[in-house]
Design a protein around this ligand. Sequence first.
Ligand code: PLP
Length: 429
Amino acid sequence: MGSSPLDAWITNDDEITALLAADWDRQTTTVQLIASENFASPSVLAAAGSILTNKYAEGYPGRRYYGGNYVVDEVEDLARRRLTALFGADHANVQPHCGANANVAVYEALLDAGDTILAMRLDQGGHLTHGSPASITSKFWKFVSYGVTPRSDDPAAPGEIIDFDNVRELALEHRPKLIVAGATAYSRQIDAAPFREIADEVGALLMFDAAHVAGLIAGGSHPSPVPYADVVTFTTHKTLRGPRGGAIICREEHAKKIDSAVFPGQQGGPLEHVIAAKAVAFKEASQPSFSTYTEQIVANAKAFARALASEGFRLVSGGTDNHMVLLDLRDFDGELTGKVAQEVLDRAGITTNRNTIPDDPRSPFITSGLRVGSAAETTAGMREGEFEQIAALMSRALRKRDDELALVEVRNDVAALCAKFNPYANFTK
Ligand code: PLP
């Protein structure tokens, strides 16, 4: 296995050991372009796989409902201290099991059932927890949704950016108690300042969902929402490159309510092994090398976007400022859906996810879009040149999607590229 962390995963369960080995093979011989994924460091993996999984610790440091907490209290305090320092926040809660839990906990903390929330619509780039009818959030709170400006063919002003006139009009009309900024499929920077201005105008609170861009913010490659937002939620496993999980930072005045909403409001015992891994990730993200990493993520995404455009894909919102590129496949091939593109690329060893694009005529299951991201393969050491090669490989696979031999050839080329970029070769102990 070479420099693989796989040795640590050999279990006495042959079936699971074999499946772990199979996914190591998948992760290292195919290209990982899912914008919400990354390669966590060996130290993060070690903490997440540690004996702290054995400990029950309902409550918070110094206020637990079980005995024997002196170690996990220190772990959780360390994670909270590192997180507040990383983002310059007043208060941190590191217990949310995932980003969705973090968002629901904030709604529960700051709102009553039936209150109005203004957030980005799912098909415009928002997340399920921003009020999709498929999410439990829409059953408890009333959502009003803003979107992006219309697409334009003017390259200097391509449109499909957050429509602040729309946000303001809807805020004035519906007087939401909470405005949510942040997105799951949006490739431009999100400036929290205009959201704050609108929130103040209507007396609303402001939550910034930084699930995708938390790592970029930590590394200084995306403006921080912390000075503007009452609360910032995020996931720890995307650009932040930690374990799978969520976290919340907030102003001191909301701290007590947020903590009570996470536990006992939403969750039982915290995952202290994951909290230890979050602490490791927060420390890693505070190092100067992490800023170099996030700068490279953005440079790679920009090069990737340019190369994809030259292959004939239309870039939603005209390009990218972050780690993500959202492609409208219809200009490349009017017949090609996101679902088919994702499946073809999977066969060619290129892992992506289909995604709706603004005003998508196709259903969320089929879609006209594809979302790709640069965070994971930047961790593996790829640079602009490799992302340009990947754009060409994607185009080749999609053009020859009915030719199985051509797809095998692309897969072999992908494997040859991946062989030069072991994601675990770049981490130091
Ligand atoms: N918020 C946004 C903007 C997201 O993109 C995501 C995940 O994709 C979430 C929340 C939810 O995170 P999780 O999948 O950890 O629940």
